[in-house]
Design a protein around this ligand. Structure first.
Ligand SMILES: [Zn+2]
Length: 409
């Protein structure tokens, strides 16, 4: 061996020594056991997460944040996944990454009141308590009652659920479904009409601007069920008003199991104080174009509600500058009717409340439409003293028909 080659070999060997010496005796990669529990996130509305099984056999699930484009905000409120394990297996889940950032500050929606829902057949769900752990983590323990357990933060309402509702509406004589545009990822955006276009009053509802807030969709489902029932009440309602609904504004977020923002990281309940950007927020842009067409056709909605979920459950009455006395008395009437005809008891926001840029304030300030954001508490229904499931929101929707009838009367 020539001297230069020998030197190279020695140098290479020396370089290799420290790296090898730093490795532990038993690399953990060699000792990972095959898990007895599998976490499946490969289905509609399942939320992205990384997971592993720790040495105690617990599943550690790291949620993936949903990020906002124009701010440091990030959110995880939604989780939805399927646990696959033998019947009888005791499953312990520790979910992490609930270090949400809201208005630039560290925030978390986890509390002693936090709940999750579980289903062993993907149809019947029940609500159970979670234990919040230090470090903004969630502790869930349960026994497998079937080989599959669906776990979610809120009873899921998926695009397939929406499609089933749209199919029923399409079969109805007194209703229509119109595609008004596409989401950022190219999914169709539908506006549903129920009732006679020439009815004296018009109502507009939007649901699911924020992807995890399935309560809005279940509520719409309940209202649509009632209005399509063609019973005496429904006929009476539809003599007074016609309903237009954008039932799932953030379809991309719902499809991908995200929490809040659209596919471009845009918050669809922001910047309604100015025209929407067609590229970043097509979901808002197409809604706004539809609204312009309605206004040009002399069919401006008389009332608009944007249905959301939060941990409060208030009717959000935003108070822009100027004379808003007529608007405030409308909202007072709406609140009174909600209390009278539904399980709503949470009340309106305080007189100091203002949230510019929301659909509620934007529709009011720019188009003169009496509008508000209606939040449904996704942890607790005070009026029923229970954690909400889909059936509770459907019953709210069933009774909203009467609320709107009396509102317009
Ligand atoms: Zn929301």
């Amino acid at each position: 061996m020539k001297f230069v080659t020998l030197l190279l070999v020695i140098c290479t060997a020396m370089l290799a020594i420290p790296a090898r010496a730093a490795e532990p005796e038993n690399s953990s990669a060699d000792t990972v056991a095959t898990p007895k529990i599998f976490i499946n996130t490969g289905f509609e509305n399942a939320s992205p997460m990384n997971w592993r099984i720790d040495s105690a056999g617990r599943v550690i699930g790291s949620m993936v944040y949903d990020h906002e484009r124009f701010s440091p905000n990030r959110a995880v409120n939604h989780y939805h996944f399927r646990v696959e394990a033998a019947v009888g297996t005791e499953v312990t889940l520790i979910l992490e990454n609930f270090d949400n950032i809201w208005n630039g500050m560290l925030a978390s929606d986890l509390s002693e009141k936090s709940r999750y829902v579980v289903s062993f057949d993907n149809r019947k769900w029940e609500s159970r308590s979670v234990v919040p752990l230090p470090g903004r983590r969630v502790f869930i323990k349960f026994k497998m009652e079937a080989p599959h357990a669906y776990i979610a933060s809120v009873e899921p309402y998926r695009i397939s659920d929406l499609d089933r509702m749209l199919a029923k509406i399409r079969q109805s004589k007194n209703a229509s479904v119109t595609t008004i545009g596409k989401t950022a990822e190219g999914r169709s955006l539908e506006i549903v009409r129920i009732g006679n276009e020439n009815a004296p009053k018009r109502l507009f509802l939007r649901a699911r601007a924020h992807a995890f807030e399935a309560g809005g969709n279940w509520t719409v489902e309940g209202l649509v069920q009632k209005l399509l029932s063609n019973d005496e009440d429904a006929r009476r309602y539809l003599k007074t008003y016609c309903v237009y609904i954008l039932p799932m504004a953030n379809k991309d977020g719902v499809a991908r199991g995200k929490t809040r923002f659209n596919a471009n990281g845009y918050d669809l309940n922001r910047k309604w104080d100015k025209p929407a950007d067609s590229l970043i927020a097509p979901e808002n842009y197409y809604l706004e174009q539809w609204l312009h067409r309605m206004i040009r056709a002399n069919k401006k909605p008389d009332l608009a509600l944007d249905i959301h979920n939060d941990a409060g459950g208030n009717l959000h009455v935003s108070r822009p500058e100027g004379d808003i006395s007529a608007y405030l008395s409308s909202m007072e009437k709406l609140e009174m009717l909600l209390r009278k005809h539904t399980w709503f008891t949470e009340g309106s926001t305080k007189p100091s409340f203002r949230n510019p840029g929301t659909l509620g304030e934007g529709f009011m300030a720019r188009f003169g439409i009496h509008a508000a954001v209606y939040e449904l508490n996704y942890e607790w229904i005070a009026g029923l003293k229970k954690a909400p499931l889909a059936a509770d929101w459907i019953s709210l929707g069933n009774n909203l028909g009467e609320v709107f009838y009396n509102y317009f009367k």
